[in-house]
Design a protein around this ligand. Structure first.
Ligand code: SAH
Length: 282
């Protein structure tokens, strides 16, 4: 298929009339999977989202590139149009690559698109990607789980289909049951979300990290707390897309901010949880 893909593996062929629904990762093109690269090399047409870095499309110079950007909160009719466009392209006999930011099945409406395709008899393949809520935090030096911090993590979306704050979520239950909460699309309703968590009993001083345009050269990370997040975001002028992480795993960044270390900065604290022992013991 391509000299840059290992030859020890049989790479699948993107056949005419098929749609491959593929995650592009959070931004850094290096976080694409090899299956994604294989797909880019073969596609006749790539339909991509707003969060897909344009650079990634350079790996599909032979393909037609169609922008299908959607902004959160817009009416869902457009989603239907995108899904049907995929059906039409497949029926025209195209090799279709549907490229979505992060992982297509994580808050990305990939499930809906796949469902429409199957309902129309279009054969599909799903290629997972690195989701921003995991990979984006890793680029900020925040491990989404750490044995000393959390045995569970909850991924939530900050707004529902209508663009409102997610009213169907039981913030009380999340506050009580989730040691670490990773919020997608949470910027618009940050004040409401943080208040709900504090009201439900979370410590107002609990650490929070906001990571915007994670894994790209424009990545910014703000460390704040539940009670100060809204004002600090405003003051810093942070804009979406952002991943918001609530919980003590944010403290690990003091040891694990590997991007700062790569620039020569020393870790701020080797034992930010105050455990007083090397992490690998016990
Ligand atoms: N399927 C995607 C999520 C799509 S929803 C995934 O798995 O990552 C869109 C939301 O994802 C954004 O509003 C933001 O909360 C988050 N997101 C996606 N890419 C991001 C990035 N590079 N940096 C920060 N947040 C990102």
């Amino acid at each position: 298929m391509s000299d840059s893909l290992p030859t020890t593996h049989d790479w699948p062929t993107l056949e005419k009339g098929w749609v491959w629904l593929c995650g592009a990762g959070p931004g850094d093109p290096g976080l694409l999977t090899l299956h994604a690269l294989n797909a880019l090399r073969q596609a006749d047409v790539v339909i991509y989202d707003a969060l897909v870095q344009e650079q990634i499309l350079d790996w599909a110079p032979q393909a037609e590139h169609i922008y299908a950007g959607k902004r959160g909160g817009k009416p869902s009719a457009k989603q239907r149009d995108i899904s049907l466009r995929l059906v039409d392209l497949a029926r025209e006999g195209k090799k279709v690559l549907r490229l979505k930011g992060g992982d297509p099945f994580v808050f990305g409406r990939g499930g809906e698109e796949a469902q429409t395709l199957v309902q129309h008899g279009i054969p599909i393949r799903i290629i997972p990607g690195i989701s921003a809520g995991i990979g984006g935090l890793a680029y900020a030096g925040i491990p989404v789980t750490h044995r000393d911090v959390n045995q569970s993590v909850t991924f939530v979306t900050g707004h529902d289909q209508s663009g409102n704050a997610t009213s169907s979520l039981d913030w009380n239950a999340i506050a009580k049951g989730s040691q670490v909460i990773v919020i997608y699309m949470g910027m618009k309703h940050i004040a409401q979300i943080t208040s709900s968590l504090i009201y439900a009993g979370r410590d107002p001083h609990e650490p929070v990290a906001i990571v915007t345009t994670a894994t790209t050269e424009h990545q910014r990370v703000l460390e704040t707390t539940l009670s100060t997040a809204t004002a600090d975001i405003e003051e810093a002028g942070l804009e979406p897309p952002a991943i918001i992480c609530v919980g003590r795993s944010v403290l690990m960044r003091q040891t694990l901010d590997w991007q700062a270390m790569a620039k020569g900065h020393a870790p701020r604290d080797l034992d930010p949880l105050g455990r007083g022992r090397p992490a690998e013991s016990a």
